[in-house]
Design a protein around this ligand. Sequence first.
Ligand code: GCO
Length: 472
Amino acid sequence: MGGTDDFRESGLKFPEGFVFGAATSAYQIEGAATEDGRGPSIWDTFSHAPGNVENGDTGDVAVDFYHRVEEDLDLIKSLSLSAYRLSIAWPRVIPAGTGEVNEAGLAFYEKVVDGLIARGIEPVVTLYHWDLPQPLEDRGGWTNRETSYAFAEYARVVGERLGDRVAVWTTLNEPWCSAYLGYASGEHAPGRRNEADSFRAVHHLNLGHGLALIELRKVVTRPDATFSVTHCLAMAYAADPANPEDVDAKRQIETMQNRAFTDPQLRGFYPADLFEDTKHITDWSFVQDGDLELIHQPIDVLGVNYYCTGTAQRSSEHSTEGTAYPGATRVQPVEQPGPRTDTGWNIAPQGLYDLLVATHEAYPEYEIVVTENGAAYRDHVVDEDGVKRVHDPERVDYLLRHFVAAHRAIEAGVPLTGYFVWSLMDNFEWAFGYSKRFGIVYVDYETQERTRKDSALWYTKLAETGVIPADQ
Ligand code: GCO
């Protein structure tokens, strides 16, 4: 048992029925990029272009989940997890983005979903985790309104096939990343750098979310299925909370990253300060009459991804050019205190607590699930008397402290009902390639052998008992 101020408090019990899961996404794990009729996605194109991804890595093979489904589902089962969050690759299901449906793609996801259910694991499905079909990008991608309608069509196709089985339907994963990292900073696919375009992408992602929900609700038949969206909400602090300028800098970050999505989706309006902050970039005339009603569809669960915190302060000069905050002028990020994980992100369980409480205060009617939380470390396999082990005490410590934060949020009244660790296994970490290991299961990228890390064993105990185990 640790003290209460450092979040190292083992022995806390989660409420009955709390969901302990793990998450992955299609492009990061599947591989088989050209098999069985899958079309190219923006991540295939982007990762194959030199200089975009560390070491020139691509998702061509990834961790070969496509060919190892049964083994990997057994692995999830062996961890005693009650749910698995996966994403469906749009280009596997509708290779050109619109039009012809690829039966082999649907059959693949049916196998995954049925395999989960057969093992007593609830399938939690995300429809869009960044792998836009390339033919849609060739017509403008998310800057083109037609992409929102194409997304709704794809959602209907998947919903028709799997709507009797999937437990949770999530439209988008982190549209903030899709819009700003994809179209403003260019760090992610499709690698474009145009601030005005990134706001068109914001709106069309929001529209796609609403249109997809409308279609899903028509075809989903599982009576207890729920509908959701996942956001990477910023937990931002003002550098000096007594300084109104810094408080305003924090507001700009939250408006850009959080409320540009949550307000239209959950409240039916765009924040007035978003339009004000971005008026030198765009007039938002691509928002058409009636769009906000379409976007504002009921959901049941709000998914929150959390990794680290941010602190903002007012600066006299700061260009947003090439950044992920195109409207946040004169906002300077402040370096966060360590310690850090291998991605350089600061470790702050208090931030998870603060974010959950703040999100609940802002949107009190929604059930909340942590749809991602986890950490990258430089893991390696050791052989102990013929048994392979991966000792990852930092990850165990990270998870323990964040689960404590989640538990405290529940005690403070947040209706938090589940937690998905990112990630089930090491995988393709976007622009970092394979250099960052987020898994609780280690993957040897040469042999594709999977080895449960100590964090997986720790997490299994938590999933089995509902009680946060000590870290050894
Ligand atoms: C994200 C994505 C995941 C990442 C994870 C670690 O949040 O960026 O949802 O695909 O791999 O977050 O960076």
